[in-house]
Design a protein around this ligand. Structure first.
Ligand code: G3P
Ligand code: MG
Length: 240
């Protein structure tokens, strides 16, 4: 099942316009015209899925500031907005449930990129499934991960949610990867996305999405090649 993906997906919310992976970022993405966003999901110390890209709160800081060593309550008190701009001071690391509730209110579909680099892909997927089970209404979803075991776990625990294989470049065995994980889409890095590779994957019936595209001319070229969607930090500039 291929979800109806738009030509533009807000990356980490709208990371060029608002602090990434925050509720404010979702609101800014929606205000800029996005109908879908991508967010990064990882587990807090107490096993709560939260939105954050890096394993640590700030790049290169101490061990104690790793997301996996902080509770969801501590993260909900941690300002990640001021480092983007004083106008966003007070934005914190949200739990996934709050982000999905906000997205549903805003009418946004969400690509959940599962960051299982801290070790426990099945635990991350199990906790995500528990969050989804507790939601009154879930937005349209797509699950992806660089970590193949996380995609496999999503297939077992959340079989009805569409899945994507996430790679930096299109691998030689792309068809086998997509089919063996029951995926509908290949999410590819912008630097290595080429016309022939895109055409081959599209011709086989899969969606192709490309990250991260902040140049509108590049986005147009990718769409001309048949790319389904681009992830952008700047949905004010890259418009479908
Ligand atoms: O999911 C697409 C893209 O977000 C993958 O790269 O490092 O920005 O999470 P990254
Ligand atoms: Mg991501």
């Amino acid at each position: 099942m291929v979800p109806e993906l738009p030509r533009v997906i807000g990356h980490r919310g709208a990371a060029g316009l608002a602090p990434e992976n925050t509720l404010a970022g979702l609101r800014v993405a929606a205000a800029a015209g996005c109908t879908w966003v991508e967010v990064d999901v990882r587990l807090s110390a107490d096993g709560v899925p939260v939105l954050h890209h890096d394993p640590a709160l700030a790049r290169g800081r101490t061990h104690a500031e790793h997301i996996a060593h902080l509770t969801a309550a501590e993260l909900a008190r941690t300002d990640v907005g001021a480092r983007f701009s004083p106008a966003f001071a007070g934005c914190t690391v949200p739990p996934l449930w709050a982000a999905l509730a906000e997205a549903a209110d805003l009418g946004l579909g969400v690509n959940l990129e599962l960051k299982a680099d801290d070790g426990d892909p099945d635990g991350l997927v199990a906790a995500t499934a528990a969050v989804l089970a507790g939601l009154e209404s879930a937005p349209p979803l797509l699950i992806s991960s660089f970590e193949q075991p996380a995609v496999a776990a999503a297939r077992r625990r959340l079989p009805d949610i569409p899945r994507a294989v996430l790679v930096r470049r299109i691998p030689a065995n792309w068809r086998e990867r997509l089919e063996s994980l029951g995926c509908c889409a290949l999410n590819v890095g912008n630097r290595d996305a080429g016309a022939a590779g895109v055409a081959a994957v599209r011709a086989a019936g899969f969606a192709v999405t490309v990250y991260t595209v902040n140049d509108p001319r590049r986005a147009r070229r990718l769409w001309d090649w048949g790319v389904t969607s681009v992830f952008t930090d700047r949905p004010d500039r890259v418009r479908g």
